[in-house]
Design a protein around this ligand. Structure first.
Ligand SMILES: NC(=O)c1ccc[n+]([C@@H]2O[C@H](COP(=O)([O-])OP(=O)(O)OC[C@H]3O[C@@H](n4cnc5c(N)ncnc54)[C@H](O)[C@@H]3O)[C@@H](O)[C@H]2O)c1
Length: 353
C-alpha cells in the first residue's frame, strides 16, 4: 500500500514560497495542511489555493497542529535557525530554504536540535535534484576528468533597485535582503551558494581556505551586503578555485561554471540546469553517446530524466521523512556549504561574528 503523504506547514509565504507551493502540489507524496506568514494575506493566499489548508494566526498555532508532519521554512535568512529549531522541538521535520542559516554556529545548533528531537532537517539545495546532477556526479567519480585541479564559478548579473525592497516579484515588501544582520551577506550567500553547494556535491571536495575581497560597490543607498566579491580558494583535494560574483554589474551577462581536471573539463550552463560541454583527453561514453577524445562535445547527462527540481527535492525529503531513502541535502552537509561562504566572508573582512 502507498505511504500516506507527508502533510506540510509552510512558514514564510513570500516570493519563493509560491514556487514551493507549486512544487508541493506537483510532488507525489505531499499535501499542504497549514500556512503562516506575519503578512496574513500572504498565508491566506497560499492556503486558499488548495482544499483543506488553513492559514494560521501564529507560528505557534501552526507548530501545535497534529495534521502537520513537516514544515517548509521560507523566511528571511536570520529566521531560518529559530524557526527550524522551534519546528523540530515541536516534533516536526524541517525543510529549510538555502542558506541553512546566516552563520555556521547557528546551523550547528539547528543540526543538534534536529538530532536531539530525532527529526529530519534538510535544506532546499534544489540543484542537487536537477535531472543531470547524479549523472554528472557519477561521471566525475568514475575519473573521466582525472584529478580535479580547479573549480571556476563566476556569476555577475544585474539586479534592479526594486529587488532590495521586494525581491523579483514584489510579493513581500521588505528590506531584509539589504542588511547583513538579516541576510548574513549579499550575492555570495544568496546566489553563489547554490553553485558552491553543487560543485561540493559533484566532486566531494570542500573549500578549505580562501583569499578573498568584496564590498558594496554599486547598489542603492542602504544596501549593506556585498554586491561584488572575488575569492581564490583551496580545495580539500589540493586543487584551487576561483569563485566570484556580483549583483550590480551593468549589463550582467557573465556566467561561468567549470570543473577542470588533469584529463578534461566540464562547462555547465545555468549551474546544472542546462547543457554540459565536455572536453576529454581520453574518450568516454555517456548514456550511449560517444564523447570523442580531444574535442568539445555537448553531452546530455539526464539519461531521459526530467522534472521540476524543487518538486523532486520535496518528494525526496518526504521519502527521507518516511525512512524510505536518504536525502541528498541534509542539514549537516548543507552546513559545510555555509562554511565555505563563511571562510570567504572572513578573509574578505565581511564577517561580523
Ligand atoms: N532555493 C532557492 O532556489 C531559493 C530561491 C529564492 C529564495 N530562496 C530563499 O527563500 C527564503 C525566502 O526568500 P523570498 O525571496 O521568498 O523572500 P520574501 O521576502 O519574498 O519572503 C519571505 C516571507 O517571510 C515572511 N516572514 C518574515 N518574518 C516572518 C516570521 N517571523 N514568520 C513567518 N513569516 C515571516 C515575510 O512576510 C515574507 O512573506 C530565503 O531564505 C531565500 O534565500 C531560495
Amino acid at each position: 500500500m502507498a505511504e500516506e503523504p507527508v502533510r506540510y506547514g509552510m512558514i514564510g509565504c513570500g516570493e519563493i514560497a509560491v514556487q514551493a507551493f507549486d512544487a508541493l502540489m506537483a510532488a507525489g507524496n505531499a499535501t499542504l495542511a497549514a500556512t503562516f506568514d506575519v503578512e496574513q494575506e500572504l498565508a491566506q493566499d497560499l492556503a486558499g489555493k488548495t482544499e483543506g489548508a488553513v492559514a494560521c494566526a501564529s507560528q505557534q498555532d501552526l507548530l501545535a497542529r497534529d495534521d502537520v508532519d513537516a514544515v517548509i521554512v521560507s523566511t528571511p535568512h536570520y529566521l531560518h535557525a529559530p524557526v527550524a529549531i522551534a519546528a523540530v522541538e515541536a516534533g516536526k521535520h524541517a525543510l529549510v530554504e538555502k542558506p541553512i542559516a546566516c552563520r555556521v554556529a547557528e546551523a550547528r545548533r539547528m543540526v543538534d536540535a534536529a538530532a536531539a528531537a530525532d527529526r529530519r532537517l534538510g535544506v532546499c539545495f534544489v540543484h542537487r535534484y536537477t535531472p543531470i546532477t547524479q549523472g554528472v556526479r557519477r561521471f566525475v567519480a568514475e575519473g573521466h576528468l582525472g584529478t580535479i585541479m580547479s573549480w571556476v564559478i563566476v556569476g555577475m548579473g544585474h539586479k534592479e533597485d526594486s529587488y532590495w525592497t521586494g525581491g523579483y516579484t514584489q510579493r513581500a515588501r521588505t528590506v531584509w535582503r539589504m542588511r547583513r544582520e538579516t541576510a548574513g551577506g549579499g550575492y555570495l550567500i544568496m546566489n553563489t551558494i547554490h553553485t558552491i553547494d553543487w560543485l561540493r556535491h559533484l566532486t566531494g571536495q570542500e573549500v578549505v581556505a580562501a583569499r578573498a575581497a568584496g564590498g558594496t560597490y554599486n547598489s542603492p543607498e542602504g544596501v549593506e551586503v556585498e554586491d561584488l566579491f572575488s575569492a581564490s580558494v583551496t580545495l580539500s583535494g589540493g586543487g584551487i578555485g576561483i569563485i566570484a560574483g556580483g549583483s550590480s554589474v551593468p549589463g550582467g551577462g557573465l556566467n561561468e561554471t567549470r570543473l577542470i581536471g588533469t584529463k578534461g573539463q566540464m562547462v555547465f550552463e545555468g549551474s546544472g540546469r542546462g547543457a554540459t560541454a565536455v572536453f576529454l583527453t581520453d574518450g568516454a561514453e555517456v548514456n550511449g553517446q560517444e564523447v570523442p577524445a580531444g574535442e568539445w562535445t555537448d553531452v546530455d547527462f539526464s539519461d531521459g530524466k526530467s522534472g521540476n527540481a524543487r518538486a523532486l527535492t520535496i518528494e525526496a525529503f518526504g521519502r527521507w521523512v518516511r525512512g524510505e531513502q536518504e536525502f541528498l541535502a541534509p542539514g549537516d552537509d548543507a552546513l559545510k556549504t555555509l562554511q565555505a561562504c563563511e571562510s570567504i566572508y572572513r578573509d574578505a573582512g565581511l564577517f561580523d561574528g
